[in-house]
Ligand binder design. Structure first.
Ligand code: GUN
Length: 166
């Protein structure tokens, strides 16, 4: 049976700044020139990138934001809860997993510009997912806000922000 530790070792995953473990599995060689991207991108970006992402129930992926849509794919373990706050301040949550009759989804896309975070519902579990973005991922597009800042933006969501920020 797969365990979090065996997967981290087997797939050579590394700690991610938002929490959890990851490894980039694909980065297209071709690039989208800066001139073809919205002004918000500071330089050219690869067409697309993909990662493995593993989260354990003793931690969480903290609220963060990127510019592009991010497609999440479920691979193994327990369902992962994906929490989102839209730019307008609307909170929503979906579970990525394979218990479809309980509303879990095998694939879900987080819209670009949304703040999002993830955690697990049950103790002593892990979740292995994939995340794909286009334009390709660049840490220049990645914002990981401190708790106080996000609370000041969305005081109505203080509880979930306190739980899922550092
Ligand atoms: N590469 C490094 N970190 C990330 C991330 O958070 N998301 C995606 N899609 N790719 C990454």
């Amino acid at each position: 049976m797969n365990t979090a530790q065996s997967i981290i070792k087997h797939l050579d995953l590394q700690p991610h700044p938002e929490g959890g473990y990851f490894r980039e599995t694909y980065r297209s060689k071709e690039e989208i020139p800066k001139a073809a991207l919205p002004d918000t991108y500071s330089s050219s970006r690869n067409y697309t990138t993909a990662i493995y992402f593993l989260l354990t129930s003793d931690t969480f992926s903290a609220f963060h934001r990127i510019k592009q849509d991010e497609i999440w794919h479920f691979y193994d373990g327990a369902p992962i809860q994906l929490h989102m706050i839209s730019p307008e301040g609307h909170y929503s949550m979906v579970r990525i997993g394979k218990d479809f009759s309980n509303g879990e989804l095998p694939q879900f896309t987080v819209p670009g510009g949304y703040w999002f975070a993830a955690n697990l519902q049950k103790e002593a579990t892990f979740s292995l997912v994939g995340c794909t973005v286009s334009p390709g991922f660049d840490f220049q597009d990645f914002e990981l806000p401190k708790r106080d800042y996000l609370q000041s933006l969305f005081p109505e969501h203080t509880q979930i922000i306190t739980l899922l920020t550092r």
